[in-house]
Design a protein around this ligand. Structure first.
Ligand code: MG
Length: 254
């Protein structure tokens, strides 16, 4: 068996409030000792993921960025952003209710720091977007429906993550998984996540882990939970992550 682990970051490997992964260190060490690839899969940008990828010592392993819009090899970061520019242009052309959507591109780095809780320098990296636009919605549900309908007419999808409504021209974390599994020669996967944008990844994996989410849109019951293929953690964030990985490594005889 050749295992790869795919993980969401915010609210999953990283604590929702402090962005720390300290509580997951024993499981991170266990993966490293076994040379099991850890694939970061996040709504974060390539620019944001690169420092964490280096800090975690993930070497040449790829990462899934901007909610599955792309997969990158850290070290070869591009700054071209034609899709993002197209997305921002489409938003600018939308009717009045689009004023209820405040995207990262409408904020400066200080604004992004305020709504995310990120440090200013990290907020600046979060604004280096190439494919997707996260933002806050301040209108009614009915206005949001109309907004999403107008976006869909232009081929733009919307996803609700832990705290943002994220717009894109498509691509999911699960779609990037298959390519990475093939590249790495892996046949078994574990995927961990805490929000609806992680569901496909959790359902695609050999073993899925739903991390307890105390801060907003969690993951509804999934069919795989009845068969035991998907498990739900008792603890949130990196504490839940740590326990789930250590349990699964034991279950898989690793
Ligand atoms: Mg998350």
């Amino acid at each position: 068996m050749r295992l790869a682990v795919f993980t969401d970051l915010d609210g999953t490997l990283l604590d929702h409030g402090s962005y720390s992964y300290a509580a997951a260190q024993p499981a991170l060490d266990a993966l490293k000792q076994r040379d099991i690839p850890l694939i970061l899969a996040s709504s974060k940008t390539a620019a944001e993921i690169a420092p964490l990828h280096a800090e975690l010592g993930l070497g040449d392993w790829p990462a899934i960025v901007e909610n599955g819009a792309d997969r990158i090899s850290p070290g070869t970061l591009s700054e071209d952003a034609p899709e993002y520019e197209k997305l921002r242009a489409a938003l600018a052309d939308l009717p009045d209710y689009a004023t209820h959507f405040q995207g990262f591109g409408d904020m400066d780095a200080e604004g992004v720091a305020r709504v995310t809780g990120l440090l200013l320098e990290n907020a600046a990296l979060a604004r280096k977007r190439r494919f997707t636009e996260p933002g806050l919605w301040s209108g009614s549900d009915a206005e949001q429906d109309a907004f999403l309908e107008a976006l869909a007419e232009q081929g733009i999808h919307a996803r609700k993550g832990g705290r943002f409504l994220t717009l894109s021209f498509g691509g999911t974390k699960a779609q990037q998984m298959a390519g990475i599994m093939a590249d790495l020669g892996c046949d078994t996967s574990i995927a961990l996540g805490d929000a609806p944008n992680d569901i496909e990844m959790i359902e695609t994996a050999t073993r899925g882990v739903i991390i307890r989410n105390d801060h907003g849109n969690g993951i509804p019951p999934l069919p795989g939970e009845q068969t035991g293929r998907i498990r739900r953690t008792a603890l949130p964030g990196p504490d839940g992550w740590n326990a789930a990985i250590l349990d699964l490594l034991a279950d898989l005889g690793l």
